[in-house]
Design a binder for this molecule. Sequence first.
Ligand code: SF4
Length: 139
Amino acid sequence: MVIGVSACLLGENCKYNGGNNINEKVINYIKGHEVIPVCPEVLGGLPIPRDPAEIVDGVVKHKDGSSVDKEFRTGAQKALEILNDRGAELVILKSRSPSCGVNTVYDGTFSGKLVHGNGVFVELLKEYGINVLDVENLG
Ligand code: SF4
């Protein structure tokens, strides 16, 4: 199977704070599969490290109110194209991210509160009928 994965889950230091979210469960699960790591935020041209962002009333913003919506959506589109070109059937995603969160994201108040919703990349994947899986639901 061809599987897309949030790159930070594979140990790439592409998180907003310059770190990663390496996950042993993911590493074990993808063994024997064709794997495509993608980080939509980096593909959108955002630097590492970068300020954290959340979805505020449908727009991705920094805490100071500045918008990074364009970068997030451009990166999501690029990541989708990469996965589509390679025929990805499933994408395993990092929980709660404003790009990669599946069904749950931070609420836009930068206070750690969660709400029901998807990251902008996940919205796009769902629109295109690609199966998504929150890493916390793996196994
Ligand atoms: S955009 Fe996705 S892949 Fe990139 S650091 Fe955030 S959660 Fe990880």
